[in-house]
Design a protein around this ligand. Structure first.
Ligand SMILES: NC(=O)c1ccc[n+]([C@@H]2O[C@H](COP(=O)([O-])OP(=O)(O)OC[C@H]3O[C@@H](n4cnc5c(N)ncnc54)[C@H](OP(=O)(O)O)[C@@H]3O)[C@@H](O)[C@H]2O)c1
Length: 326
């Protein structure tokens, strides 16, 4: 074990993708920011790859309210620990880790993160897979097993099954022995079929409520009209979990179901569990596009259009000209 608590110089700058005001793609800039130091319960991580989530462009647009600015975007990351906070004993400098920074900062060469949101990365998982995992895998896990309390043999309808959260949810539900109905557009149905989904619905061609009845759980990753049309497919006593919009308590009561919007919690033990499942080949990580950090703006726009299959991941090559584009 490396007993050093840092392998960084005292001063300097790193590249980071930041916003100084909320807005569209023009709000993003790649700039030099002062070197960070980890807080007492934090590790400082040299980021090798950063996963893109819809929350990143929602933060950029100011959808999460007036967060303090300037702000470095990005939550999910994979990399190597380069410095330890004074109270950190469970990690070592040089350790490969992955995790999620709830306060942003992952679209940068270095990110400081509380140890409660970091887990060791197995050598068999590459940085791109690890960076694609934290928020989506934990959202899928918590939605299915902690909020919806999905049981073996139950029927679950997963909307946006080919997205970042959806692909983890489909695999986790199937592994647990649930019957999985997945909605996606036609180009994504073969992928869901290969994963073993029991029923697939092209949401552009078929209204899901015309073919689906009596499901135990709806995992709503779309919201709006999709959520509204979901009430009638639930059986009495069923559960609707949305990651997007708060379901109406009145409609839930009328339909005799429990419904809630969830907020994913970062937990190191669950990150470790997801990492183990990936390392063991129990679940696969699907990444549609890999881009360098300097193309973060393009990555966020792709995500915002809402048709990514699996994940987009940004990479940072520390050996060449930092995060600069050629
Ligand atoms: N509350 C929380 O704590 C939390 C945590 C994580 C995520 N979220 C939110 O949950 C949502 C999903 O996240 P994500 O990362 O999975 O998003 P994502 O990866 O961007 O989802 C993209 C997928 O959505 C599918 N899609 C779009 N419209 C659809 C529709 N009407 N019916 C079925 N599929 C549709 C697309 O498939 P096609 O191209 O095939 O249509 C695409 O594959 C986002 O709004 C995100 O911000 C919230």
């Amino acid at each position: 074990m490396n007993t050093m608590n840092t392998m960084l110089p005292e001063t300097g700058t790193v590249k980071a993708v930041r916003i100084h005001s909320f807005g569209g793609p023009e709000a993003l800039c790649l700039e030099e920011v002062p070197l960070l130091k980890p807080g007492p319960d934090e590790v400082l991580v040299r980021v090798h790859a950063a996963g893109v989530n819809p929350s990143d462009w929602k933060v950029r647009e100011g959808q999460f309210g007036p967060l303090p600015l300037p702000r470095t975007l990005g939550g999910d990351f994979s990399g190597v620990v380069v410095a330890l906070g004074s109270g950190v004993t469970d990690f070592f400098v040089g350790q490969s880790v992955f995790g999620h920074s709830a306060y942003g900062g992952a679209f940068a060469e270095l990110v400081a993160v509380p140890v409660s949101s970091v887990a060791p990365k197995a050598p068999s998982i590459n940085d791109i897979e690890a960076a694609a995992t934290p928020l989506c895998a934990l959202t899928a896990w918590q939605a299915l097993f902690e909020v919806a309390d999905l049981q073996i043999g139950q029927k679950v309808l997963i909307h946006a099954a080919a997205g970042g959260v959806g692909l983890f949810a489909v695999q986790l539900a199937l592994r647990y022995g649930a019957w999985v109905i997945a909605t996606a557009s036609s180009r994504n149905l073969p992928c869901l079929c290969r994963l073993g989904a029991n029923q697939m619905i092209d949401h552009n061609a078929t209204r899901f409520e015309d073919t689906v009845k009596s499901v135990d759980v709806v995992l709503d990753l779309v919201g709006g009209e999709t959520q509204d049309r979901s009430w009638k497919v639930l059986k009495n006593g069923g559960r609707l979990v949305s990651t997007v919009s708060t379901p109406s308590p009145e409609k839930a009561m009328l339909c005799g179901v429990r419904a809630s919007k969830m907020h994913t919690q970062m937990r190191a033990d669950e990150l470790t569990l997801m990492g183990d499942m990936i390392a063991n080949g129990e679940i696969k990580v699907m990444v549609e596009k890999v881009l360098p950090l300097c193309r973060a703006s393009e990555a966020l726009e792709l995500s915002r259009r809402g048709h990514v299959r699996g994940k987009i991941v940004l990479t940072i090559d520390h050996d060449t000209s930092h995060a600069d584009c050629p």
